[in-house]
Design a protein around this ligand. Structure first.
Ligand SMILES: [Zn+2]
Length: 57
């Protein structure tokens, strides 16, 4: 598995289906066959970046 953003394979596991990219500091959560990409904000909340990677239609 590689980071969809930077193609790095330096992913740390932070949960059963959650990974953290050490290279670009994004949180990746695997949902079935889709990877959700989240940015970790300074206050610890997550904001989805899926729109940047997956375009509907
Ligand atoms: Zn990355």
């Amino acid at each position: 598995m590689k980071c969809p953003n930077c193609q790095s394979s330096q992913l740390g596991r932070i949960g059963s289906k959650q990974y953290y990219c050490w290279n670009c500091c994004l949180e990746l959560s695997v949902e079935e066959d889709k990877i959700n990409i989240n940015q970790i904000e300074e206050d610890g909340s997550l904001s989805s970046l899926n729109d940047l990677f997956y375009q509907e239609g």
